[in-house]
Structure formats: C-alpha cells, structure tokens
Design a protein around this ligand. Structure first.
Ligand code: ADP
Length: 255
C-alpha cells in the first residue's frame, strides 16, 4: 500500500506518473477557473440590460408620462431586449461549437457566393455609413460547414463596419491558392493597439477605449470566428494599426 506524496522529480516511471498527474490537475483547475470566469462574465452581461429593462419598465407604468418620454423609454427596452437576444444567440452558437464531437456538417459549396450573400445583407449599413466597398473574389468551391462559416464572414464584416467611421473603406478578397483559400477583410477604421492583439480572440474581450465604449457589442464575435476556423483546421490572423485600420486574414485548407 502506498501513502504519502509522489515525488515529481523522480526519474523513474513513478516520477513520470506523478508528473502527468500534476499536469492533469493543473489543466483541470485551469478549466475550472475558466468556467467560473465565463459564468461570471455571462451573468454580468445579462444583468446590465435586465436592470435597464426593469428600470425603464417601472418608469413606463407612470400614467402621467408625456408621449415623447413614453416612446424614448420604450426604445431603451427595445434595444436592451435586442442586446439580450443577440447575446443569447451567440452563447448558444458557442455552446454548439464546444461539443466533444465535431459539430461540423461539411459539404461542398461556393465560398465566393456565400461571401457575396453576406455582403448583400450589410448593404444598408454600408450605405448608411457611406463606406466604400471593394471586392475581389475568386470562384471557389469549398468543402466545409456553410452555416458556421457564414458566421465567420458575418462577424468579421460586421466588425469592419462597426469600427470604421463614415466615409471609410472596406476591402474584401477571396483568393484561391494551391490547396488553401484565403479571405482578407480590411478596413480603414480605428484600428487596434498592439497590446490588445493577443487577447482579441478571447471570449468577452473588448478593447475598452473611449471610442469603443459606445459601440454595442458582446466580445463574443471573434471568439466564435476563432473557434469555427479552428474546427476547420484553419487559422485567423490580424494585422492592425491604431488610427489606420485593421485586416483579418482567414486561411482554410481546401483539400
Ligand atoms: P464585439 O461584440 O465587442 O465587437 P468581438 O469579439 O467581435 O466583440 O471583437 C472584440 C473586440 O475587438 C471589439 O470589442 C473591438 O474592440 C475589437 N475589434 C474587432 N474587430 C475590429 C475592427 N475591425 N477594428 C477595430 N477593432 C476591432
């Protein structure tokens, strides 16, 4: 019978076993820490809009309100509900990506058509912000999960639009290479300072400077991008300069 602690510095098999137990324990507590952090972030993100909804609903009950006030309070409730709804959608998407077994349903489809379709969805915003758009898309037949990949282009493009001021430029390129495809989404927006780049794909991470604070977001978009790309065995890179613009480059293998 064995009692006492295993010496992880031992050079024999027992030592190796002790080391691998040690690594397992570290990984488990890291998972545990991340799960706790995740739950606390989620709760916080739900709490703020809920408090706003509650507060403004209470104000609405007052019968003496002017029509103007009434409608402005109702608008807050509407937009906060919208926020909760998009947060829930993103969380559900992230959970579906977290399954042990790959959630991907692969099939062959035209990647260029898909990108064009997403751009079409954002036409109104491009016009509203008077952004100019250039696009160069190779015709590509790609095998992957179209419904998850759609979210990748949607999130990257919606960020490019969100974080670029009026009259800026957006450039989208899809290039077919030997056995990979590359999608580049470049904007001339506010850019991201270097110190944020390493955490950009973390869940809930948002660059918090005066200009982004009033731009709506959950900090989940890029973590979804990262996870979907990883499940496709691809990679995503970002190049950015503050005040100049940002380029996201997604590379996927197409064998
Ligand atoms: P969010 O919902 O906040 O947009 P994301 O995960 O999509 O969350 O992005 C994380 C953060 O990265 C954003 O809050 C923003 O600060 C920064 N970011 C993402 N895309 C861009 C971009 N194209 N230009 C400037 N900043 C960006």
């Amino acid at each position: 019978q064995f009692s006492g602690t295993l010496d992880i510095n031992r050079q024999d098999e027992i030592g190796q076993l002790a080391q691998s137990f040690q690594r397992m324990t570290e990984r488990l507590s890291e998972n545990d820490r991340m799960r706790k952090e995740f739950i606390s972030d989620v709760s916080h993100d739900f709490q703020t809009p809920l408090l706003n909804i509650k507060g403004f609903a209470e104000l609405l009950v007052d019968e003496e309100l002017s029509p103007d006030k009434r409608s402005s309070y109702a608008k807050v409730i509407q937009s906060e509900t919208e926020r909760l709804s998009s947060l829930t959608k993103q969380l559900l998407l992230l959970t579906s990506l977290d399954q042990l077994e790959s959630p991907l349903r692969r099939r062959a489809f035209r990647l260029d058509e898909q990108v064009k379709e997403i751009v079409r969805k954002f036409r109104w915003l491009l016009e509203e912000k008077q952004l100019s758009l250039s696009m160069e898309l190779d015709e590509v037949e790609f095998t992957g999960d179209p419904s998850f990949l759609e979210k990748v282009w949607e999130n990257l493009l919606s960020n490019a639009l969100k974080y670029t001021q009026s009259n800026g430029e957006i450039d989208i390129r899809l290039t077919s290479k030997l056995d990979t495809v590359e999608v580049r989404i470049r904007d001339t927006g506010m850019g991201i300072a270097e110190e944020h780049l390493s955490r950009l794909f973390d869940r809930f991470y948002r660059v918090d400077h005066s200009r982004t604070r009033e731009i709506e977001g959950t900090g989940l978009g890029l973590s979804i991008v990262h996870q979907v790309v990883q499940l496709h065995k691809g990679s995503v890179k970002v190049e950015s300069e503050e005040g100049v613009g940002t380029t996201f480059i997604v590379t996927l293998s197409n064998l």
